[in-house]
Design a protein around this ligand. Structure first.
Ligand code: DGL
Length: 265
């Protein structure tokens, strides 16, 4: 193991930054490659077949380019749909991001909680299984929203977003039967913790928001324990799997996460 071998993060957009941040807190000197699959965005609007084809192939291509020591699939949609095929295709540790249903069930006092994800994530049997296993005594209310992904993308580019837009999305949970009893919401898309402050304001009542970032960071630290790291944080590197759009508006937001080198693949 060479100290310069990076951790490779993958998300179709800026969402993976909500996973990158807690990893950087635990492993400040870890070399980071943040791969943004803009050509495949949005994953949440894709079919299962499209994602099980795309994600393992893309990660294989990225691994030929960057010799990562570990991959973090920093996207719930890709993880709940394509984690198994990725693990079959690649022979390095793969950490996925799955909806934080277990912590939500531990936290909810009303025993009614929401799962807010992409449309592709909330329809997965994976979510049924987690709910059955860890939240058997809870009512789990789901809502899939691509609009919230877009709001997070806009926020990272420094654009204004309106609280009313967040409120309308939360209504997708609150307006369902027993929705008024929700006291906890799982942010089951990595874009959503980036707009947690706006969601909290839009909710208009106290809601606990939970997501997997800290747990993933602990898992990455555990899997890399004893491995060498550089003596100081190296510059983070973004790889855009380009859809041809201008990446300039993204750069200041990425720089806040120490990502200062940019390339297109
Ligand atoms: N950030 C991704 C997730 O966690 C999805 C965003 C998208 O729809 O592309 O599910």
């Amino acid at each position: 193991m060479d100290a310069s071998q990076p951790l490779l993060f993958l998300d179709p957009g800026v969402g993976g930054l909500s996973i990158l941040a807690p990893v950087q807190e635990l492993l400040p000197n870890a070399p980071i490659v943040y791969a943004m699959d803009q050509a495949g965005y949005p994953y949440g609007q894709k079919t299962e077949a499209e994602l099980t084809g795309r994600v393992p192939a893309l990660l294989g291509r990225l691994m030929e380019h960057v010799d990562a020591r570990l991959i973090v699939i920093a996207c719930n949609t890709a993880s709940v749909i394509a984690l198994d095929p990725v693990r079959q295709a690649l022979d390095i540790p793969i950490v996925g991001t799955v909806p934080a249903i277990k912590p939500a069930a531990a936290l909810s006092k009303s025993r009614v909680f929401g799962v807010l994800g992409t449309r592709a994530t909330v329809r997965q049997p994976y979510v049924d299984n987690l709910s059955r296993e860890f939240a058997g005594d809870c009512t789990v209310i789901r809502h899939g929203s691509h609009e919230l992904v877009m709001l997070a993308e806009r926020k990272l580019r420094g654009e204004q977003t309106a609280i009313a837009d967040y409120a309308a999305i939360l209504d997708g949970l609150f307006s369902q039967p027993r929705g008024e009893e929700i006291d906890t919401i799982v942010l089951a898309c990595t874009h959503f913790p980036l707009v947690e402050t706006e969601l909290a304001e839009a909710a208009g009542r106290p809601i606990a928001f939970v997501h997997g970032g800290e747990g993933i960071a602990r898992r990455v630290a555990q899997l890399t324990e004893g491995q060498p790291w550089p003596d100081a944080p190296p510059p983070g590197r973004a790889i855009f799997i380009s859809d041809g759009s201008d990446t300039t508006p993204l750069k200041p937001g990425l720089e806040r996460y120490g990502i200062t080198e940019f390339e297109a693949l």
